[in-house]
Design a protein around this ligand. Structure first.
Ligand code: SGN
Ligand code: CA
Length: 532
């Protein structure tokens, strides 16, 4: 009897001492790599169907104006973790080191008792800090039979990267976290990053379909500056353009991108080497699916516009096929939450590290401050707070993720954090919000040759300054010219808007702590890294 009383007492004490963290929301932050908003059906572009990602939108909020601060992978992830612009957190391009010792929102959540995990692509060298569990791809990772660094130890896992990433994430949710604490899972897919290798079940998806070219696919960059004219990210470049590109990674190529073992002129492309990583069975299945399509292409002896159409279709189909597996993974995660009764108290965010060109201006890749790569998809649900099916038009940036997620965990952001919590925006009870966003891009000279630039975007206008080996300004009216085909910078009719945008840009640079001297510093450290 006495023993039972003691047990009862212990039970009462232990339950009344349950930390307040118990009621805090769980967070699943899903980030894919290079997933353009144009390729999510909830955004209504009609390219593909992503029913599982769309489920997040129908149960929550879809952001029409979500942007990055620097449209490239590793910097974007550093901004997301720290809530600070690239020039403050130090990770300005894919080349510089990231300092994991600085604060990040996962560290803060971990401190108050969250179980934290990072699974998939992060692209920041070093052991991730702030996580109880990490299983990350080294660098870009591989689509087939990828290596993973699991809590610091490298191991190769056979299979397809997207499914493996999902399995590792679900395994952590099911078996590895302490179930009496709230959790944070960063679930980051490598797909649909170049070179868009699909999973077997989607090898033939879209085979019977021809995607039409975006209206500005054959852009000649008239009325634009030097930067747009000298980029190296064409889907349908000529042989001369391909061969004269900086390094060898620029414009789309017959082997790496179009996955031909020999080009239409019979020359070996080197793609065969990529298949060496596959198991014999994977190789056989791949060749069985792709060889007939490649032969068919060659027999048609395509030229000019019809060759461009073929290249675009090979590109977009493989790109969309890899997204299908990403969408499947999202479905598995959502089903897990539903089955465990966790959906009500879990925030689910779907986003990408930036946007991507799906043939607009003739391009793939990102980097530019133009709309397709400045934008990123952002969809979010949290049944406890967010009304299902709402659309958000305010300008959100990836800078805002850290403060927003800290806000949901009732943690005030530190002074250092530059983003804003959009919790009240999603709850539709805040009218005061930023009226302009600030952007920087640094990685040049490099693959794709997109020149260094910075600029601001308001809800209607965009002002960009390209610098370093040029000094050019561009101004776009996004209302009249949403595809940014006409630079108005020298247009006398736009003198007064130009002046007010310059003023705003100067103010924002000062506010965030950016300057020309910081740009010089980053040029020097980039060049010294490249020369070593
Ligand atoms: C690789 C790609 C590029 C891509 C960069 C950066 N080439 O170099 O096309 O722009 O990564 O991408 S590939 O031949 O390796 O596929 S990022 O998303 O990691 O920033
Ligand atoms: Ca990316």
């Amino acid at each position: 009897m006495r023993l039972n009383f003691t047990a009862l007492l212990i039970f009462i004490i232990s339950t009344s001492c349950v930390s307040p963290e118990k009621n805090l929301p769980n967070i699943i932050f899903i980030m894919s790599d290079d997933h353009a908003y144009q390729a999510i059906s909830a955004y209504g572009h009609g390219l593909n169907e992503t029913p599982n990602i769309d489920r997040i939108a129908s149960e929550g909020a879809l952001f029409n104006n979500a942007f990055v601060t620097n449209s490239i992978c590793a910097p974007s992830r550093a901004v997301m973790l720290t809530g600070k612009h690239s020039f403050i957190n130090g990770k300005v391009d894919n080349i510089q080191d990231f300092n994991w010792d600085q604060d990040n929102f996962a560290k803060q959540l971990q401190k108050i008792g969250y179980q934290t995990a990072m699974v998939g692509k992060i692209h920041l060298r070093g052991l991730p800090q702030g996580f109880n569990y990490s299983a990350v791809l080294p660098g870009q990772g591989h689509y087939y039979n990828p290596d993973f660094i699991i809590n610091g130890i490298k191991e190769r896992i056979n299979g397809y990267v997207t499914s493996i990433t999902t399995d590792l994430a679900i395994n952590w949710l099911k078996n590895k976290r302490k179930k009496d604490s709230p959790f944070l899972l960063l679930y980051h897919q490598k797909a649909p990053h170049r070179n868009w290798k699909p999973e077997k079940k989607y090898f033939n998806l879209f085979d019977d379909k021809t995607f039409s070219l975006p209206q500005n696919f054959f852009d000649n960059y008239e009325n634009r500056g030097t930067a747009a004219k000298t980029q190296e990210m064409l889907i349908a470049a000529s042989e001369e353009q391909i061969n004269s590109a900086h390094g060898n990674g620029g414009h789309a190529r017959w082997g790496h991108d179009f996955k031909m073992i020999t080009d239409p002129y019979g020359k070996r492309t080197g793609f065969e080497d990529e298949l060496k990583r596959y198991t014999p069975k994977q190789r056989e299945e791949w060749l069985k699916a792709y060889t007939p399509k490649n032969i068919d292409m060659k027999t048609k002896n395509l030229k000019g516009d019809s060759l461009a159409l073929w290249k675009f279709n090979r590109y977009i189909k493989d790109y969309l096929r890899t997204i299908q597996s990403v969408d499947d993974g999202v479905g598995e995660i959502l089903d897990y939450l539903d089955n465990e009764g966790l959906e009500e108290n879990t925030i689910v965010i779907y986003t990408s590290d930036q946007g991507f060109y799906l043939g607009e201006h003739g391009w793939f890749d990102k980097r530019f401050m133009y709309e397709e790569s400045l934008r990123t998809p952002l969809i979010m649900k949290y049944p406890k707070e967010i009304k299902p099916g709402i659309k958000i038009d305010q300008m959100i940036q990836n800078l805002d993720f850290a403060p927003t997620l800290l806000d949901y965990a009732n943690i005030s952001p530190s002074e250092e954090i530059q983003g804003l919590s959009f919790r009240n925006i999603v709850n539709q009870d805040q009218s005061n919000w930023r009226d302009a966003i600030y952007y920087t891009y640094y990685e040049y000279p490099s693959v794709h040759m997109v020149k260094r630039h910075y600029g601001i975007r308001t809800d209607r206008y965009k002002l960009i300054h390209f610098y370093y080996d040029i000094d050019e300004w561009e101004l776009y009216d996004l209302k009249k010219d949403p595809s940014e085909m006409n630079n108005l910078y020298n247009d006398p009719k736009h003198k007064s808007i130009q002046k007010s945008l310059h003023k705003k840009l100067t103010e924002l640079r000062k506010y965030y702590g950016d300057s020309d001297s910081l740009n010089k510093f980053h040029i020097n450290s980039y060049l010294s890294k490249m020369n070593n």
